[in-house]
Design a protein around this ligand. Structure first.
Ligand code: F6P
Length: 559
């Protein structure tokens, strides 16, 4: 691998550091000197209107950031990703979530094989199955219609479909019930199934590896719940498959995985497996077979509209010039704050109740991708990498943690995501509330940017001892992402925007955004500790603190 010059020694980096050292730009002054920035600092992609005029930047900042992107090879790495090169170095894999939304006639090769026909074959198989469930043609073991769909998965095999199901609820088949089980805490499966009839319930076991302990444990318990609950006098227990599978399981369990062997071992009919491939990262997978629950919910046509939305942003990221390239700009703005303002976090604040799980989804996308501290060649990084991503839908956050954003001591860059229209199915009275929601949306970014000076506070007749308390510093940077309506296509556009933003940042920081070794140690230790909890077994090498805690746990448990 070619030697990568130390990032902080690059002239483009030191130029940015010098630029930053010239002082903190004030948004009031920037707008006064250049009102045109309100129109100029806008980028449009698909249905997304992205306004970054309230960022602490000037034309010079942008030019310097773009020079950094060029110098660090962001564009070359981007092209290598789209070409199917193995840019996930530690796992030696291609990174081709973009192939999941490629059009039927596209050609994307991995090891000389065009993968697009495989992608569409699985999409077609998913569509056929989704239609059969939606129409009632696919029935449970006792012949009853499927009314409930329970997705069992975790991380990328849960967050995407769960988030998108919430986001697109108005587009879902309302007569069906959808639940998402991820936590190995048995309460999750219990609450998800306690009011369901097994005869009407379909389980979708989603796991790329089909070895994830949480998912396999929950799927095993779900199988027992099904077989115990089916009111057929136990005839469903007759073994039909070679691997000890079960007739009932075949009608109530399907799998989404890359691992046919493990799926079969679990007892799921391989015909009921929907495949994806190792070049799809878990956190980049909900537009693959992992989206089956979503496809059943919204139907294949809407699912394809969502894929079209992804593709709009993929094409834009691949071809738009640097100065109008939305994911590039968002990625570079994040670097500006992360590395030159020492911002530790990034808030994503959607003003849509339907996006209640959006930020949780982005947490995995961003933090599992860019929460790294070694470079691609294994050397330690000596600069900040991925931020802590957090946030909940407005306006609830306004009455909880916005105080800290407005008047705390930390700089918290934030993305505000809003829509011009409420969803069509709301009553006229509820639709009218949308302007109030959006008034808050615009007011918050205004207050964050421009604050309120002491003079303005005094002019309102506020007593002098209160002036400092009621002053707002302002200069809190925000990006506003506005689109007409939360449709499947717009959701796809938003997700692809963040996927590529994360890519840009990983490329500049010279880290592998596509592995996740950091989750392994905890998994291994959990396996080791478990016998100590269940049987009180001695665990060799357990540290004194954990040993004492395990002892306390066992005392409480057995009290
Ligand atoms: O948390 C680690 C991780 O490997 C994620 O990357 C992945 O999305 C999740 O576990 C679930 O993995 P699987 O789909 O293989 O069950």
């Amino acid at each position: 691998m070619a030697e990568y010059p130390k990032l902080t020694h690059r002239p483009e980096w030191t130029a940015l550091a010098d630029h930053r050292a010239q002082g903190q730009p004030r948004l009031r002054e920037l707008f006064a000197a250049d009102p045109g920035r309100a129109e100029r600092y806008v980028v449009r992609v698909g249905d997304l209107h992205i306004d970054y005029s309230k960022q602490l930047i000037t034309d010079e900042t942008l030019a310097l950031l773009q020079e950094l992107a060029t110098a660090t090879g962001v564009f070359a790495l981007r092209d290598a990703m789209f070409r199917g090169e193995k840019i996930n170095l530690t796992e030696r894999r291609a990174v081709l979530h973009t192939a999941l939304r490629a059009s039927r006639d596209a050609v994307v090769e991995v090891d000389g094989e065009n993968v697009v026909p495989k992608v569409h074959a699985v999409l077609d198989k998913m569509a056929g199955f989704a239609e059969r469930v939606r129409s009632g043609e696919w029935t449970g073991h006792t012949g009853r219609r499927i009314k409930n769909v329970v997705n069992i998965g975790i991380g990328g095999s849960d967050l995407g479909p769960a988030m998108a199901y919430e986001a697109l609820r108005p587009y879902t088949a309302r007569e069906l019930t959808f639940r998402f089980v991820s936590n190995v805490d048995g309460s999750d499966l219990h609450e998800a199934t306690r009011d369901l009839d097994p005869a009407e319930t379909l389980f979708i076991v989603a796991s790329k590896t089909f070895t994830t302990i949480e998912t396999i444990t929950n799927a095993t318990s779900a199988r027992s719940w099904l077989l115990n609950g089916l009111d057929d006098g136990g005839t469903s227990r007759s073994s039909e498959f070679e691997n000890g599978g079960d007739k009932a399981v075949a009608k109530h369990f399907v799998a989404l995985s890359t691992n046919a062997e493990k799926v079969t071992e679990f007892g799921i009919d391989p015909d009921n497996m929907f495949e994806f491939w190792d070049w799809v990262g878990g956190r980049y997978s909900y537009d693959s077979a992992i989206g089956l629950s979503l496809m059943i919910a919204i139907g294949p046509d809407r699912f394809r509209e969502m894929l079209d939305g992804f593709r709009i942003v993929d094409d834009h990221f691949r071809t738009a010039p640097a100065e109008a390239n939305a994911p590039l700009l968002l990625g570079l703005l994040g670097i500006w704050y992360d590395n030159f303002f020492d911002a530790q976090t990034h808030a994503v604040l959607p003003y849509s109740h339907y996006l209640s799980k959006f930020t949780a989804y982005l947490q995995q996308l961003d933090m599992e991708s860019n929460g790294k501290s070694v470079q691609r060649d294994g050397k330690p990084v000596e600069w900040q990498t991925g931020p802590v991503v957090w946030g909940t839908p407005g306006t609830n956050g306004q009455h909880a943690y916005y105080q800290l954003i407005h008047q705390g001591t930390k700089l918290i860059p934030a993305d505000f995501i809003g829509f011009a229209r409420p969803v069509a199915e709301l009553s006229e009275e509820l639709k009218a509330q949308h302007d109030l929601l959006m008034a808050n949306f615009f007011a918050q970014t205004q207050a964050l940017a421009f604050g309120k000076t002491a003079e303005e506070v005094r002019a309102e007749g506020v007593a002098e001892e209160q002036v400092a308390h009621r002053t707002f510093r302002g200069d809190h940077p925000t990006t506003t992402i506005l689109s007409p309506e939360l449709t499947p296509s717009v959701l796809g556009q938003l997700i692809a925007l963040y996927e590529h933003k994360v890519f840009v940042q990983g490329a500049v920081w010279n880290i592998d955004s596509f592995d996740q070794w950091g989750v392994e140690l905890g998994k291994v230790l959990a396996k080791r500790v478990e016998p100590a909890l269940t049987e009180g077994a001695d665990v060799p090498g357990l540290d004194p603190s954990t040993t004492a805690l395990v002892a306390a746990y066992r005392t409480l448990k057995n009290a």
